[in-house]
Design a protein around this ligand. Structure first.
Ligand code: AMP
Ligand code: TRP
Length: 337
């Protein structure tokens, strides 16, 4: 039987975080044997908010090397750079013309990001790409007939919109897309900000102490975990509502050690927050050390470029066929191709 297909990506707006790793990357790596994986570096999504070009270039290069350093295997997964497959942008335009502005206006991420932009730069310049972002994401997914999309919780609304757009296109023009489902990990779909555990850990946070980047210096990582916000109860219990900080540390430990939340609670029974933080810190360091070593080894290698070329070629073959089918069904090709 053919393997089911998974499609996903990470945006190049900043450094890849432990949240990205636990919510997304870890699953890409673990599932690459079982699924036909299409994993890309979402650099076109990376320009939806203003970014310096050198910073962007650096983020892209880091993300690519990190994907492989975390264990994506170019012989198993199709790994590529989004802008190397121009069909993503092409399909995005066709889908944009079939998406209601109201649907996009309702997206929580758009509302959050646009209000943040307004308050941070004081201007009224909201790039329309920020509004259209979920349509590009729908294109990324529908282009490859994904069965499943492995993402963290914050992307749920975008996947629902992708399904609506896909269904709308199928009923308006004829069957062209598979309708995908989201795939979120049971534990770790939303890793929280270390300083404000009511928010998700985000690479675009202004406070570096609130997130762990996969490339953070190891001493810095330890310091960040030590200063993570907990509470004054000194009781290690998983209770996300009343003890978000402690529950977040328990979640991180559970994901990195691959043990259940209950087992983590049992392990830390009668221990104090100091021990919890030391153990979480050790688990994060054990994760990051080999990743950082591998990263350094491959960062400037020609091999990474070759892997990406192979990935883009493979993705392009699929994307090219699909875009032609879409163009035929929509009526854009006056001669049937
Ligand atoms: P982004 O950084 O927004 O491009 O996110 C890339 C992937 O990481 C998406 O699947 C997100 O849902 C996931 N992700 C981002 N932040 C977190 C977080 N704090 N916890 C869990 N997953 C996350
Ligand atoms: N929008 C996603 C995020 O910020 C990243 C992304 C872009 C993506 N295209 C995608 C994820 C397609 C899954 C599938 O998290």
């Amino acid at each position: 039987m053919d393997k089911k297909r998974m499609v996903s990506g990470i945006t190049t707006t900043g450094k890849i975080t432990l949240g990205n790793y636990i919510g997304a990357l870890k699953n890409f790596v673990e599932l690459q044997d079982e699924y036909d994986m299409y994993i890309f570096v979402a650099n076109l999504h990376g320009i939806t908010t203003p970014i310096e070009k050198e910073v962007l270039r650096q983020n892209i290069k880091q993300a690519i090397a990190l994907y492989f350093a975390c264990g994506l295997d170019p012989n198993k997964a199709t790994v590529f750079l989004q802008s190397d497959v121009s069909e993503h942008s092409e399909l995005s335009w066709i889908l944009t013309c079939n998406t209601n502005i109201g649907e996009l206006n309702r997206m929580t991420q758009f509302k959050d990001k646009s209000s943040k932009l307004k308050s941070s730069n004081g201007t009224e310049f909201i790039p329309s790409g920020l509004l259209m972002y979920p349509v590009l994401m729908a294109s990324d997914i529908l282009l490859y007939d994904a069965d499943l999309v492995p993402v963290g919780k914050d992307q749920k609304q975008h996947i629902e919109l992708t399904r609506s757009i896909g269904e709308r296109m199928n009923s308006k023009y004829g069957q062209m897309f598979k309708i995908p489902e989201e795939y979120t990990p049971k534990v770790g779909a939303k890793i929280l900000d270390l300083q404000d555990p009511t928010k998700k850990m985000s690479k675009s946070s202004d406070n570096p102490k609130s997130y762990i980047a996969l490339l953070d210096n190891i001493d810095e990582v330890k310091r960040k975990i030590k200063s993570a916000v907990t509470d004054s109860e000194n009781l290690i219990k998983f209770d996300p509502e009343n003890k978000p900080g402690v529950s977040n540390l328990i979640t991180i430990y559970s994901c990195l050690k691959n043990i259940s939340i209950e087992d983590v609670e049992e392990f830390f029974k009668e221990k104090d927050y100091g021990v919890l933080k030391d153990e979480v810190s050790a688990a994060v360091v054990d994760l990051l050390t080999p990743i950082q070593n591998k990263y350094k080894e491959i960062y400037n290698s020609k091999q990474v470029e070759e892997w990406l070329e192979i990935g883009a070629k493979k993705a392009k073959e699929k994307a090219f066929k699909k875009i032609n089918k879409v163009k035929n069904l929509v009526g854009l090709n006056y001669k049937k191709k």
